[in-house]
Design a binder for this molecule. Structure first.
Ligand code: ATP
Length: 792
């Protein structure tokens, strides 16, 4: 006996790819096979190779999405950031003056009353500078943040617009990741790179240059000597930033893939449960985390080298400045200790500005790579732009479809031809049914008529003209599709049905639109249950229309498809996901709405197609038989075998036979259905709210404590890390102590002072070495335990 399952088991290539979870499950099961693993690795590598790193041009291009207001905000924000940067080195002038006055008085060379008034004056300068800087930084951040949000929104909009214009086969590629994750993750990365961090770079640069300018203006010779530390810092920081940018962008990509995986798993949680796939999912997710960790481990030593070198240079530069400064003071080249302090502070502030710029540059490179990913879609020309205005839009459409020598291969699977030289007539106003084994190409044919794909060979003619002759939007509003899994959008029932309105219908007044929507709902058997809902047509359907039953969803979807009165209806397994009762009601609706229209029906259940004007039997992408039910039974070929296999004599499950009474019965149940549906939904929402509320009330300290107690084998490394952190942190008070001693040196006799200056400068150098060592150790331990460098 022949059945629909006569086809040999599908190869891996032929597995259906509809459900994200099934795809994911297939992917995770494949991972069990080492051969497949190797293939995947190669694919992943190819993909990685193709990954864009983002250039300065990409970053710069983000600003092309700014409007006039954004540009004004950026100009204000950056201008103020530059002012804020310059304010800090100005403080070194005040501080230098303060030190001079102080040492003058303590060494008995100044008048106490003069000192007091000078100090008052200098303190006031400090206050002015601090308040001014506070205001300037605040306004700068606000302006830049607002401009960044607006710009990111514009980039996201352009990305979504281009994505929606892409041809359908663009979405067949798994490497695209989910669009929502691209918009969210890459949008956030862009926003981070063009907001406060962007302004901070200008602040840092202004700090860097103004510090040097002030130092050179105050004492150019000493300034140049101290500046000898800058090239070393510059080289090391630049190398470390470049290395870190590469690591960071790899990690972000891995996290984004992990995000897509978790999103798929959560959105298909029932399938995950049903297939007991938790472990595989968690394992796959863990593989991503491990990969991110491996790369992350390289970041800490890199930071260790960067900060260790930077602070070593700064501290040893300070030692050098005091050592040389005292000699210049002794020879009369420098008049006061204030000059030395001024130069030292200005140069060290400038030098350290480089490392504060470093993390911001990383945010910039991240933004550039995120932008390059979004731009690669924005720039991608669509070979079949559904929103393009080109193409003819005739005023009438007969709905006659002729298929000639049609062959097709999916672009994403070029080695497997799906349709082979198909010839078929789908006459206007008649019902044509497509039947055949799963995977024989029925839905593919529907996809080609909808113009989701371009045929490889042959033609599909609508009213004698190839589909490419018509405007795509016009075509899709004349050929409406009803699929197995109806997709409704968040919003009211009215809004969902009204989405099907086309052309002049969209500009009708609300009353007329309402009448059209109601008419369509009456025709699709949906009006009755909608009226019984508490808010009628204004009822919210909820996320993925979860507040409606499968049959109700399908009838609303049918209403949406027919509200524009299309000439052609494509019904792809429109009732197969429903239980027999709902199927009967929906089938009844379909029978009514398809009267007088060209209808192409795909159905596995032959009872639903036996009344069709022409039944076409497909096998392996070819038409093997066609005719009416009676003719095909007489022929006693494949169709007859299928009929026997399904035992059409039995009335059970014969959807078309459901009576009007049963329809009414279902409608009377609607109210109950609605209520029982709503309650679990509310409970689910409460559960989501509870989960969204976060961390079971654990505070930061408790979280850190749990983390530490779970990592007992790392205690020794924690201990070492604490010691190293204490040493690294301790160098700053030690520096303050040494500074005080070195300032004192300027208040005693030259001979005695020289000896002490040498000693304390040496001590400074030793502190610098301790600091260098401590930062290295912290970097190494972070690498070992997998901590973020900043955490320590
Ligand atoms: N987007 C796609 N990319 C690559 N191959 C695809 C794609 N969609 C379907 N296929 C392949 O094309 C072949 C025909 O699929 P199609 O969905 O047209 O079959 P069908 O007859 O409608 O099956 P069913 O009755 O199970 O829905 C199958 O081998 C399938 O794996």
């Amino acid at each position: 006996m022949t059945s629909f399952n006569e086809k040999p088991p599908p190869t891996a290539d032929e597995l259906p790819t509809t459900l994200a979870a099934e795809r994911q499950l297939a992917r995770t099961s494949d991972e069990d096979s080492s051969e497949k693993k190797d293939e995947q690795k190669t694919e992943a590598k190819d993909e990685d190779d193709k990954e864009k790193t983002g250039s300065f041009a990409d970053f710069w291009r983000i600003f092309r999405y700014t409007d006039r207001l954004d540009r004004i905000l950026y100009a204000i924000g950056i201008g103020l950031a530059i002012a804020a940067g310059a304010a800090l080195p100005l403080m070194t002038l005040v501080f230098g003056q303060f030190t001079t006055e102080f040492t003058k008085t303590t060494s008995g060379n100044g008048v106490a009353s003069d000192f007091r008034s000078t100090v008052n004056q200098l303190v006031l300068y400090f206050v002015y500078l601090f308040v001014g800087r506070f205001c300037v930084v605040y306004i700068s951040n606000v302006c830049v943040s607002i401009a960044a949000l607006r710009t990111t929104r514009a980039v996201r909009y352009a990305f979504l617009d281009s994505t929606l214009r892409q041809e359908v086969w663009h979405f067949d590629k798994e490497s695209n990741g989910s669009v929502s994750s691209q918009v969210t993750t890459n949008g956030n990365r862009i926003n981070q790179g063009i907001a406060e961090k962007f302004a901070f770079i200008f602040q840092g640069l202004s700090l860097f240059f103004s510090g040097f300018i002030i130092a050179l203006a105050v004492q150019w010779k000493l300034a140049l000597i101290v500046m000898s530390i800058v090239p070393a810092i510059f080289v090391v920081v630049s190398i470390c930033i470049s290395i870190d940018a590469v690591h960071e962008s790899k990690i972000t990509r891995i996290y984004s893939k992990a995000g897509v995986l978790s999103q798929e798993a959560i959105s298909s949680i029932k399938t995950v449960h049903a297939f007991w796939a938790h472990e595989k999912m968690v394992r796959s997710y863990n593989e991503f985390l491990q990969a991110a960790r491996e790369i992350g481990k390289k970041k800490s030593p890199n930071y260790g080298v960067m900060f260790a070198t930077e602070w070593f240079c700064v501290l040893s530069g300070t030692a050098l400045a005091f050592w040389q400064g005292f000699r210049m003071y002794a020879s009369g080249e420098i008049e006061s200790v204030g000059t030395v302090i001024n130069v030292v502070l200005a140069v060290t502030i400038s030098a350290t500005a480089m490392s504060t710029i470093a993390p911001q540059i990383q945010a910039l490179t991240n933004a550039a790579s995120a932008a390059s990913e979004l731009f690669s879609i924005i720039d991608k020309p669509s070979q079949l732009d559904p929103l393009s205005p080109s193409g003819e839009q005739p005023t009438t459409c007969q709905g006659d479809i002729q298929i000639r020598d049609l062959s097709f291969t999916y672009p994403s699977r070029p080695t497997a031809q799906v349709l082979h030289s198909l010839n078929l007539s789908i006459p206007a106003g008649k019902t044509t049914a497509l039947v055949g084994a799963s995977g024989c190409g029925k839905s593919t044919l529907v996809g080609l008529i909808e113009r989701w794909y371009e045929q490889s060979e042959g033609d599909i003619l609508l009213d004698g003209k190839p589909l490419s002759y018509y405007n795509t939007q016009w075509l899709r509003s004349r050929i409406r599709l009803v699929q197995q899994e109806p997709v409704l959008f968040r919003g009211t029932i009215f809004e969902n049905v009204a989405k099907g309105l086309v052309d002049s219908q969209t500009t009708l007044d609300p009353g007329k639109q309402k009448a059209l929507v109601e008419e369509a709902c009456v025709a699709s058997n949906a009006h009755g249950f909608i009226q019984d809902l508490p808010d009628g047509y204004q009822t919210q359907v909820g996320e993925r229309a979860s507040m409606l039953s499968g049959g109700q969803r399908q009838r609303v979807a049918i209403a949406r498809s027919i509200v524009s009165n299309p000439q052609v209806l494509l019904l792809d397994e429109a009732t197969s996901a429903l239980d027999p009762r709902a199927e009967g009601i929906v089938q009844d609706a379909l029978n009514r709405v398809s009267v007088g229209k060209t209808t192409l029906v795909i159905a596995h259940k032959l009872a639903t197609v036996k009344a069709a004007d022409n039944i076409v039997v497909m096998s392996y992408g070819r038409i093997v038989e066609q005719g009416t039910h009676r003719e095909l039974i007489k022929l006693d070929g494949q169709y007859a075998s299928l009929v026997r296999a399904q035992d059409l004599g039995s009335t059970s499950g014969d959807a078309a036979d459901f009576s009007k009474e049963e329809n009414d019965l279902e409608m009377s149940r609607t109210d109950t259905l609605q209520r029982t549906k709503t309650e679990p939904q509310t409970a689910a929402e409460a559960e989501i709210d509870h989960l969204a509320s976060g961390t079971l009330g654990y505070g930061l300290v408790k979280c850190i404590w749990i983390m530490l107690t779970e990592q007992k084998d790392l205690y020794f490394r924690f201990f070492l890390s604490c010691v190293a952190c204490l040493v690294a942190g301790g160098t700053f008070p030690a520096q303050a102590l040494l500074d005080a001693h070195l300032i004192n040196v300027f208040t005693i006799s030259i001979d005695e002072g020289r000896e002490r200056a040498d000693f304390f400068a040496l001590m400074f150098f030793i502190v610098a070495l301790a600091n260098l060592f401590a930062y290295f150790v912290v970097g190494w331990i972070c690498n070992e335990v997998g901590f973020d460098y900043e955490f320590t």
